[in-house]
Ligand binder design. Structure first.
Ligand SMILES: *Cc1c(COP(=O)(O)O)cnc(C)c1O
Length: 394
């Protein structure tokens, strides 16, 4: 038994607010009965406002990985070439998934210290005179490294190259935390999940779909059944699903959509940006290095921190969990044990941030990691300095 609240400061799953927990604490209803249509329609329509699209949104009862697969199998054919960019662990997983499906991914190598480079994407597309590349896939917020890709710049690069490939973006950890505009940025398939910025438990995933991608799904050759947009479309038009939806998660989703609009999406984005600025001020004051090198690419959702040489990030995380009951994100694959990740997303406020950073500072001390004191103080100063901006944004 540990008293007080556990601090779940991994960059997803994020903390689920009580309001959403209460919304889900309601009897499961007949998903084919008359009352369900309102729940289904509200979720499907409401998510359009979050993706900023007039197009179709589908909702799966699955983790985000399912929506990655759905994006590819609904639009592409065996052997199709897709262009992907190695921003980190999640971009690599999506690339491996594409390979397993029988696609031919070109993977632009990256150093895991920034977002995808639109200029390199443009150069690859210009080389592809025969238009063999059928899709460009980027991760908007690379959760393993704390870097953001400028998706609008990727669209501009595709247009500059005059290339007709589809644009796909993974927003699993950015949607409802970082500004994203499916229609305005000309994204064809946006992939997302429930358990990060949307503040829900894991278990729902999403595709937002352009008309062009929907049209391609009529003839795409990769085999699929469960993920079929075509089979979703008919029932979805009246608020229903072709198979049992995650009913109680949809109650929670509808509450989340209301909460996001009550706060205002722009205010939600400003809040995340402000907390990220303060978290980075703490890391710099500690004298530690932020994994994402390019300051313009740094994520509003999480901060990945490099450990000083010879010190184990996993040991530090274990000490912090044991002493302060706080979970921090681990380093994944290439950066395993080399970095830890501080999640500052979702249902989050100034004092939760300060508590989180205090836990990190005490954990560094307890684990014997060399650092300078004063990170929490620097974060408090950064929040103070930014409070006018935060109020103006509201
Ligand atoms: C969490 C995450 C995923 C994986 O989602 P699952 O729900 O674990 O399948 C994929 N991409 C990004 C960017 C993520 O943050």
């Amino acid at each position: 038994m540990r008293s007080g609240r556990h601090f779940l400061q991994i960059p997803g799953p994020s903390n689920v607010p009580d309001r959403i927990l209460r919304a889900m604490d309601y009897p499961t209803m007949d998903h084919r009965g008359p009352a369900f249509a309102d729940v289904g329609r509200k979720a499907l329509e409401g998510m359009k406002s979050i993706f900023k699209t007039e197009g179709r949104v589908v909702i799966y009862p699955s983790s985000g990985t399912g929506a990655w697969e759905a994006a590819l199998v609904n639009t592409l054919s065996p052997g199709d070439t897709v262009l992907m960019f190695e921003t980190g662990h999640f971009a690599t997983l999506w690339q491996k998934l594409a390979e397993k499906l029988g696609l031919n991914p070109i993977f632009i190598e990256g150093d895991w210290r920034g977002g995808a480079d639109a200029d390199q994407i443009e150069a690859k597309l210009r080389e592809d005179k025969a238009h063999a590349i059928k899709a460009v896939c980027v991760v908007h917020n690379e959760t393993s490294t704390g870097s953001v890709t400028d998706v609008a710049a990727v669209r501009r690069a595709m247009d500059a190259a005059g290339h007709p490939a589809l644009l796909m973006a993974d927003t699993i950890s950015s949607l409802a935390s970082v500004d994203f505009r499916h229609d305005e940025w000309g994204v064809d398939v946006t992939v997302s999940g429930s358990q990060k910025g949307l503040m829900l438990p894991p278990g729902l995933s999403f595709n937002a779909i352009s008309d062009k991608a929907m049209k391609l799904s009529e003839t795409a050759g990769l085999k699929h059944s469960y993920w079929s947009w075509q089979e979703m479309a008919g029932p979805n038009d009246t608020g229903y699903f072709p198979y049992t939806p995650a009913t109680n998660l949809l109650y929670g989703l509808n509450e989340a959509i209301d909460m996001l609009h009550e706060e205002g999406l722009d205010n939600v984005f400003a809040r995340h940006a402000r907390h990220a600025t303060a978290a980075r001020a703490a890391v710099e004051a500690w004298g530690l290095e932020i994994l994402c090198r390019k300051s313009s690419d740094r994520s509003p959702v999480l901060t990945a921190v490099m450990m000083p040489e010879g010190h184990s990030a996993d040991n530090f995380r274990a000490v912090t969990l044991r002493n302060y009951d706080m979970s921090l994100g681990n380093g994944l694959s290439k950066v395993a044990d080399r970095v830890f990740r501080i999640g500052h997303l979702g249902d989050f406020n100034d004092l939760m941030l300060i508590g989180t950073l205090a836990g990190v500072e005490m954990g560094l001390r307890d684990a014997g990691v060399p650092f300078r004191e004063g990170g929490v103080q620097a974060a408090m100063s950064a929040l103070g300095k930014n409070s006018d901006a935060a109020r103006a944004a509201a």
